[in-house]
Design a binder for this molecule. Structure first.
Ligand SMILES: CC(C)(COP(=O)(O)OP(=O)(O)OC[C@H]1O[C@@H](n2cnc3c(N)ncnc32)[C@H](O)[C@@H]1OP(=O)(O)O)[C@@H](O)C(=O)NCCC(=O)NCCS
Length: 162
């Protein structure tokens, strides 16, 4: 059974390992986990973290779902969609009126397009080299480009009507 729940300290190493595989080595750090609200998907039978979603409110007050990742062994079970839904619920609960998410596009495809659309997000603009400076400064690798990420971001938005 899959449980969607808040972060526990036992999850941290599993999240970092999953992030290294799914999002690129060192893209997510312990500091990122402290700075964000973290929603976790746990396989309760094995007491194992199989997915996570990070969200936060930026300094300018804008709300973001920063990223979502699910282990390949658990893909296609609705876990990514459920993690985003829970993060949206959290951001909405603390007053967000609009939520943005910078999604990774490569080979013309945004992998996570479906899971964000299922939560009501729509693409609004493209930003080339979105992660380039940040990836050099923080030293993380992109799964496609390696060091110095030249991937384009497609910014998705969810506007709340209440
Ligand atoms: C994108 C991701 C979070 C989806 O998680 P998930 O638990 O499999 O998602 P769900 O089961 O809720 O939805 C699955 C849908 O997503 C789509 N999808 C999943 N992986 C995809 C991929 N690699 N390419 C294109 N579409 C994909 C499919 O349309 C699928 O729909 P279907 O099951 O009806 O065929 C997961 O594949 C992942 O971690 N990918 C690598 C990391 C990543 O790209 N994260 C987003 C960075 S912003």
């Amino acid at each position: 059974m899959i449980k969607i729940r808040d972060l526990q300290s036992v999850d941290i190493n599993e999240i970092l390992a999953l992030a290294d595989v799914q999002l690129g080595e060192k893209y997510i750090t312990v500091d990122d986990l402290s700075a964000c609200n973290v929603i976790v998907a746990e396989d309760a039978d094995w007491q194992k973290c199989v997915g996570f979603c990070l969200s936060y409110i930026g300094q300018n007050g804008d709300a973001y779902v920063r990223t979502v990742a699910v282990s390949n062994d658990y893909s296609g079970q609705g876990i990514g969609t459920a993690l985003i839904a829970k993060s949206v619920e959290y951001l909405k609960g603390i007053g967000a009126k609009k939520i943005m998410s910078p999604l990774w596009k490569h080979d013309g495809i945004v992998n996570s397009d479906v899971v964000f659309r299922r939560n009501g997000f729509l693409p609004v603009r493209e930003i080339p080299d979105y992660w380039y400076a940040d990836s050099l400064e923080k030293g993380y690798s992109c799964p496609v480009c390696g060091k110095g990420c030249h991937c384009t971001c497609v910014m998705y938005e969810l506007a709340m009507d209440n």
